[in-house]
Design a protein around this ligand. Sequence first.
Ligand code: HEC
Ligand code: HEC
Length: 319
Amino acid sequence: MRNLILIFTLAISMSAFAAPFTNEGQLYESAPSGHTPGKDNHVTDSSNRFHHPGEDCGICHQPGVKGATGTTASDFTMSGTIYTDRTGRVPLQGAEIILRDVNGKVISMTSNEAGNFATKEAIGSDPATYAPGTDATSPGTWRYKSWVKYGDYVSPMVTIAPVGGMSAARMGCSMHHGPTGSRGALNVGGASTLISYPAENISYKQHIQPILLNRCKACHVPSDASPSATYPPAIGTTPASTVKYNGGLDLATYTPSTKTVISDKMISNMVNTTTPDSSKLLTTVVMGNTGHAGGAFWKTTDPDYTAIRRWISEGAKNN
Ligand code: HEC
Ligand code: HEC
């Protein structure tokens, strides 16, 4: 009984005291709900709403700051393009892009036929900003968490990246999420990596590695190559420590190179060939598990899931 009470108290204190915009608080938060999707869309019938998909909208639509040439494009506070997968081949219409700012305000946009979305809704500034720009109206001072949703699929943005840190502050998801960038295009959804997989003799190199590179490698590279971000211990204070996106797990190669940090876990630590369904490689990112910082990637019926499961049951070989 005493143990039960202890566990209960711990659970309460973890959820109550992990302030959202800190190192501890940035992980594991589920997407805000209860609002109307698309409530903050910048609504227009201009054909321009389909233009420049995938490009950095903020180069022209700069909020707060005008470009040196005095561009005439309107000021969006957030904009971008969303796709079905990281390669950015197919735009995704009707996806929802959710922001929750440092003051708790929820902003929701939905994507159009080109995958484009935009809003002019104000985003709150963190008084303790350390990103370039001292002006509280500058995007460099804004703090928000974000999620992208499509049907049952939800992807959180793990870290709250300082943005707008250019010579002229600007804003837009496509600034960092481009098809050719290390993070890949902004995407959500259950699109499988390969069109189909064989019924047996699944190969790591031909079938499994492409899935891990496509869907997991944005974060799960060796620790010494991992992207990271630094956050303040509390709102209104200075930066404390750095969080690595890889969470100590390297999924980039089957046998990690000599560059890999010794403490990193690897593919072989995440598979259970006796009971494949209990493999962490599958369970951690399965739909309904909200505990993974990188989000949920597949249902147990999705092709990528069944291919990995089959490969594990065949021995999870480096073939
Ligand atoms: C090369 C510069 C440039 C880029 C990049 C750009 N735009 Fe535009 N956009 C313009 C200009 C100029 C206009 C016309 C002026 C206006 O309406 O703001 C415009 C107009 C628009 C409009 C209509 C505005 C209104 O109020 O009716 C939307 C919506 C729009 N752009 C969305 C986007 C999105 C989303 C992106 C990124 C995927 C983007 N734009 C990228 C320059 C750009
Ligand atoms: C946006 C970044 C991101 C992406 C993409 C991502 N992850 Fe993660 N993952 C993390 C972080 C951060 C952690 C450590 C914190 C946690 O456990 O949630 C983690 C932890 C894990 C763990 C637990 C590791 C352990 O030590 O127990 C597994 C397994 C895992 N991820 C699998 C995957 C798989 C499989 C994919 C792709 C389908 C994936 N992740 C995609 C960020 C990501």
